[in-house]
Design a protein around this ligand. Structure first.
Ligand SMILES: Nc1ncnc2c1ncn2[C@@H]1O[C@H](COP(=O)(O)OP(=O)(O)OP(=O)(O)O)[C@@H](O)[C@H]1O
Ligand SMILES: [Mg+2]
Length: 583
């Protein structure tokens, strides 16, 4: 709640105008029954001559019309101010939350799940917006209607207080009982909505895989389950709320009858006029309506509370990976050292993925990392740009612990080509310019040439201005890989990391790429993960990883002599190559 108020602050003036305009509207509402009572008492049942009575009726009628117009204007203004405030506040909140999400570390986005983050950014913030718009208007409205109504009613006749003493507590008890049961359900509704969004998210982004495995039925069922769970919880809430209003209506109608009864007796006894009884009926309706409104508001409040808690969770998450303390530290050479490094993923109960890693890569060297699938290669290189932090030992660049660099400085000097190429919708040139926004056309073309991408890009109808569809779906796997490489090269990094980034290239294209890297990027440290011996043979050194440790390190010829694992991989791959050629 405090968070919401903080976001309200910049708009306090508009936020304040909203209840002020509302006061105008409610005051007019409170005057109306009094005027009507006057029309009846003096205009219709009055003892004055007929034409004078008529004049009184018309005159008071005109007042009523003017007052109701003023009230109407107040209502419109109040709604407008309320909406403006809520929209601005929601906009700010969404912006901040999105910024936060962008700065979260991998392990934190893993924890929230994508679907949940999407719900929090959209639906939850909308709930908060609705709540703000409503409370700015309704708190004042119900408060004034309630207190003003009671004052007017008792002013008409103190005996009417008796009806209030009985009906108000009953209403309050009903509202509290039902709201107590409904409130916890609102949080659950949002969680179920997360699940629905997660399934949609996964299936929309993974539509091709779902089709390839003809898993549509299965996924549709999974969606049905999540969707049904959402509906069932929503139904529970709605059932409770459905009981609320009719119950309150019963209390209200009974109260109106009581007022008419008491009023009738008073009129009989000549101690009260008929018009006043009519006004009293309107007032009691207004009072009890305001209690009903409180019920509705409770519903909105608990709903918004649940949502606010979820948004706050995101806003209050401090990225576990944040800037280091050495503001001056710069990467000038690109020496990478792993010293006794160990690592386990958060939430895996300390099961190590990497252990006892000692490795030094000299500036300008090209190091290859080879190993079976799942042995920890990606995990190893993820420690360099701090996608995750090592849990033991230290990773140093140019002799400085990576944790001491400012994140921007660190990551701006490291070019990473991820195992899975991610491209964004936009032109070819725009995608490559992700590496450096300011780069000239010449530089973009140059980076693409080194990455062996220039030729196929020229082959497109519109060359570098060709539009790429979402996630690069319009490109082949090898084209995507080369685009991602060009993007990383354009960054002019000191350290380049290729995570299995040439797996989709044929051997001759790959060797051209290696040559181009050697000649154009001398001085840049390259760490290249690969599965194929042919891809790693040309590297200065090769690190062979097995079950999270480096089991062999050296040049191709050294390893052929010293490492059995390396020899095994070599011969099995060469045999296959030979076999294919023979066949
Ligand atoms: N985000 C994660 N959370 C928990 N465990 C993970 C995570 N990412 C990877 N792992 C586990 O860590 C181990 C090493 O994974 P890693 O991705 O480093 O393998 P890899 O050598 O890159 O494999 P591949 O050649 O298939 O890409 C695997 O057992 C994997 O299950
Ligand atoms: Mg990997």
């Amino acid at each position: 709640m405090r968070k919401v108020i903080k976001y309200l602050k910049p708009y306090w003036l508009i936020a304040l105008l909203c209840p002020l305009a509302m006061i105008l509207e409610v005051s007019m509402d409170l005057i109306q029954p009094q005027l009507m009572s006057d029309i009846v008492n003096f205009g219709i049942l009055g003892t004055a001559p007929a034409d004078e009575n008529l004049r009184y009726v018309i005159q008071t009628g005109i007042y009523m019309l003017i007052f109701s117009l003023i009230g109407c204007a107040g209502g419109i203004l109040s709604a407008a101010f309320g909406t403006i405030t809520a929209q601005k506040l929601g906009n700010d909140m969404r912006k901040d939350t999105f910024e936060k999400v962008m700065h979260l570390s991998f392990q934190q986005t893993d924890k929230f799940t994508t679907g949940s983050l999407v719900t929090r950014l959209t639906n939850d913030i909308t709930m908060i917006q609705q709540f703000v718009a409503m409370s700015l208007r309704m708190f004042v409205r119900t408060g004034m209607q309630f207190i003003g109504g009671i004052a007017c009613l008792l002013f008409l006749n103190v005996n009417f207080g008796l009806v209030l003493v009985i009906s108000l507590p009953i209403q309050l008890i009903v509202v509290t009982l039902i709201m107590k049961r409904a409130a916890p359900l609102f949080g659950i509704v949002q969680d179920k909505l997360d699940k629905v969004n997660s399934v949609v998210q996964e299936n929309v982004t993974g539509a091709r895989v779902v089709k390839a495995f003809t898993r549509e039925e299965y996924e549709i069922n999974r969606f049905d389950d999540a969707n049904t769970a959402l509906m069932e919880t929503n139904m529970k809430v709605q059932k409770l709320l459905a009981i609320l209003n009719p119950l309150l209506m019963v209390v209200m109608n009974a109260s109106v009858m009581a007022i008419i009864l008491i009023g009738g007796l008073q009129v009989e006894a000549k101690s009260m006029e008929v018009g006043s009884v009519m006004a009293a009926v309107t007032y009691i309706t207004q009072i009890l309506m305001s209690v009903m409104m409180v019920g509705m508001m409770f519903q909105q409040v608990s709903r918004a509370m649940a949502s606010a808690k979820r948004v706050k969770e995101v806003l209050d998450t401090d990225p576990v990976i944040s800037d280091g303390s050495s503001a001056q530290a710069e990467i000038t050479q690109g020496r990478v050292e792993f010293k006794n490094v160990g690592f386990y993923y958060p939430g895996t109960a300390g099961k190590p993925v990497l252990k006892d890693i000692d490795l030094t890569v000299e500036p300008g060297q090209m190091i290859a990392v080879l190993g079976s699938t799942g042995c920890g290669k990606t995990s190893l290189v993820n420690l360099i740009p701090r996608f995750y932090d090592c849990t033991q030992g230290e990773v140093l660049i140019d002799g400085v612990n990576v944790k001491d660099y400012e994140l921007d400085v660190l990551r701006s000097k490291i070019g990473v080509v991820l195992q899975k190429s991610e491209l964004f919708s936009g032109t070819v040139a725009e995608n490559i310019r992700w590496g450096d926004n300011e780069a000239s056309d010449e530089e973009v073309k140059n980076a693409a040439t080194i990455a062996q991408a220039d030729t196929f890009i020229q082959g497109f109808n519109e060359g570098y201005d060709t539009m790429i569809s979402e996630k690069g779906a319009s490109l082949s796997g090898g084209q995507k890989q080369r685009m991602s490489i060009a993007r990383a090269i354009l960054k002019k990094p000191k350290i380049l990391i290729f995570d299995d980034s040439t797996s989709a290239l044929d051997l001759s294209t790959e060797s051209k790429l290696h040559e181009a890297l050697r000649s154009s990027l001398s001085g840049v440290t390259v760490i290249m993960i690969a599965q194929r011996i042919a891809s790693v043979m040309r590297a200065d050194r090769i690190a062979v990883i097995d079950k999270g440790t480096i089991c062999a390190f050296g040049t191709h010829s050294e390893l052929m002599q010293s490492s059995e694992i390396y020899r095994d991989i070599y011969y099995s791959q060469m045999k296959n190559e030979g076999g294919e050629q023979n066949g």
